[in-house]
Design a protein around this ligand. Structure first.
Ligand code: KE4
Length: 422
C-alpha cells in the first residue's frame, strides 16, 4: 500500500471524505488522491517520492509555479517579524496598491481570506448599494460555497453532479435567478420581467468551473449594458481570471469595467487571500465607512500580503502573450494527439488555461459541457497520472500552465498523451 493510500485511509477517519475540499478526493475519476509532500516550479513530489508535472497548480494560484524564490523569500522575511497583528500593516497597502494599479475597474479594495468571502461580500454590498435583493448568476459558474450562489454551480458541484445542496434554505435560493452562460436573450427577458428587483449579475468573465468556457462575442458587453440600464451592478468574479488572463485580468483583456471585482488565488501567491474591489462610491458602503458589515480576523495579515505583493510584482514583469501562445500550441497539439486515437475532443483555451472536452460538439455553456464523456476523461486522467502528469481530477475544471512550465515539461506531457490507449 503506497504512502498516499495509507495517509488517505487515516485522513478519512479524521476529515470528511479525507479531504478539506471535495474535488480533491478524486471520486469522479474513480481514484484516490496523491498526498503531496512538496512542490518546486512546475513539479510536485508525492509522499512516496514520485515527481509529477503539475497542471493543477493549487487550482490556479501558482501562475509563477511552486516555491518561487522571491515569493518564498518575502514570506520568510515577513513571518520572522510576526504572522498576524489584527491591526493595519504596511503590507496591506502594498498589495492594495498593486491590485488597484493593475485593474481598471478597481478604485478601492478590501482584503478577505478566500474567493468565497469575496463573492459573498460582493452580493451583500450590491444589495445594500442598490436596495434590491435578487441576484442573477449563470448555470455552471461557481463562485465559492456561498449559500445563495450554490444553485446549479460548477466546479466540485458539477464534478460530483450536485444540483443544489441540502442546508440552503429555499428562501435563500429564491432570490437567485439563473440563466445559461453566454445566453444574453434569457438575461434580457429576465430583466424585462424582474429588472427592478435585481441587485446584480455575477459572472465569471471567462468561465472556469464547467471547464473553460470563454464569453461569446458581445456577451460581457451585453451584460454591462443591461445592468447599467436597470440600475443593477455587474460583478466580475475574477478569482480565476484575475492576473491570469492578463495582468489587468479579464476586465483589462475585454475592456469592460464591472462595478465590483472578486479576486482570489493568484493575488495570494499560494496563501489564503481573497479580495473585493470596485468603484469608490460602492466600496465606501463597507464598514467602517458605511453601514454594510464585513470583517475577518486574518484578513490582510502581513505574511499573505507579502506573498501576494511579491507575486504581483514579479508577474508585472512577465510576458503573458508568450505564455498564452505556448499554452495554445501545447493544448492544440494535445487535442490532435487525442483525436488521432479516435475520440472526439473539443478544446477551449484562453491565456494559460484550457479544457479538453471529450465531446463531438462545441462547448459554450454548462448544458453542452455536460455532454462530455466523463468515462473517456477518467481514462485520460488515470493514464496520464500513471505517467506522472498531474491533471485536475475533473472534466469540469481547467488545466493551468504557468511561467514555470518549460518546453521540456510540455513535450514530456505530449509524449505521455501519445502513449494513451482508449
Ligand atoms: P475559494 O473560496 O475556494 O478561495 O474561491 C471560490 C471561487 C470563487 N470563484 C471562482 C471563479 C472560483 O473558481 C472559486 C474556486 N475555484 C475552485 C476550483 N475551480 C477551487 C477548488 C476547490 O474548491 O477545492
Amino acid at each position: 500500500m503506497s504512502q498516499s493510500s495509507q495517509l488517505f485511509a487515516k485522513a478519512r477517519t479524521l476529515i470528511p471524505g479525507g479531504v478539506n475540499s471535495p474535488v480533491r478526493a478524486c471520486r469522479s475519476v474513480d481514484n484516490e488522491p496523491l498526498f503531496i509532500a512538496s512542490g518546486k516550479g512546475s513539479r510536485v513530489t508525492t509522499e512516496e517520492g514520485r515527481e509529477l508535472i503539475d497542471y493543477v497548480m493549487s487550482w490556479g494560484p501558482l501562475l509563477l509555479g511552486h516555491c518561487h524564490p522571491e515569493v518564498s523569500e518575502a514570506v520568510h522575511r515577513t513571518v520572522d517579524r510576526g504572522s498576524s497583528f489584527g491591526a493595519p500593516c504596511r503590507q496591506e497597502i502594498d498589495l492594495a496598491e498593486s491590485i488597484i494599479n493593475a485593474l481598471p475597474a478597481v478604485d478601492m479594495v478590501r482584503m478577505v481570506n478566500s474567493g468565497t468571502e469575496a463573492t459573498m461580500t460582493s452580493l451583500r454590498l450590491a444589495r445594500s448599494f442598490t436596495g434590491k435583493e435578487k441576484i442573477l448568476k449563470f448555470i455552471g459558474c461557481y463562485h465559492g460555497h456561498v449559500d445563495s450562489l450554490l444553485a446549479e454551480a460548477g466546479s466540485g458541484m458539477a464534478t460530483l453532479s450536485i444540483p443544489g445542496t441540502p442546508g440552503v434554505p429555499e428562501d435563500t435560493v429564491k432570490q437567485t435567478l439563473l440563466a445559461p452562460y453566454n445566453d444574453l436573450d434569457t438575461v434580457e427577458s429576465i430583466f424585462q420581467e424582474q429588472g427592478q428587483e435585481i441587485a446584480a449579475v455575477i459572472v465569471e468573465p471567462v468561465a472556469g468551473n464547467m471547464g473553460l468556457v470563454p464569453p461569446r462575442e458581445g456577451f460581457l458587453q451585453g451584460l454591462r449594458a443591461i445592468t447599467e440600464k436597470n440600475n443593477s451592478l455587474l460583478i466580475f468574479d475574477e478569482v480565476i481570471t484575475g492576473f491570469r488572463m492578463s495582468f489587468a485580468g479579464a476586465q483589462g483583456l475585454f475592456g469592460i469595467n464591472p462595478d465590483l471585482t472578486c479576486l482570489g488565488k493568484i493575488i495570494g501567491g499560494g496563501f489564503p487571500v481573497g479580495a473585493l474591489g470596485g468603484k469608490k462610491e460602492i466600496m465606501e458602503q463597507l464598514a467602517p465607512c458605511g453601514p454594510t458589515y464585513q470583517a475577518g480576523t486574518l484578513a490582510g495579515n502581513p505574511v499573505a500580503m507579502a506573498a501576494g505583493s511579491a507575486t504581483l510584482n514579479i508577474l508585472s514583469r512577465m510576458d503573458y502573450e508568450n505564455l498564452s501562445q505556448r499554452t495554445a500550441r501545447f493544448a492544440s497539439e494535445l487535442k490532435n494527439i487525442l483525436e488521432s486515437k479516435g475520440v472526439p475532443v473539443q478544446l477551449n483555451c484562453l491565456g494559460s488555461a484550457f479544457t479538453l472536452f471529450f465531446s463531438p460538439d462545441p462547448v459554450s455553456d454548462f448544458a453542452s459541457a455536460k455532454k462530455s464523456d466523463t468515462g473517456l476523461f477518467q481514462s485520460f486522467y488515470n493514464q496520464m497520472r500513471k505517467q506522472n502528469i498531474y491533471l485536475a481530477p475533473s472534466g469540469f475544471e481547467c488545466t493551468f500552465t504557468s511561467f514555470a512550465h518549460t518546453d521540456q515539461d510540455l513535450e514530456t506531457t505530449l509524449e505521455a498523451a501519445r502513449m494513451i490507449q482508449f
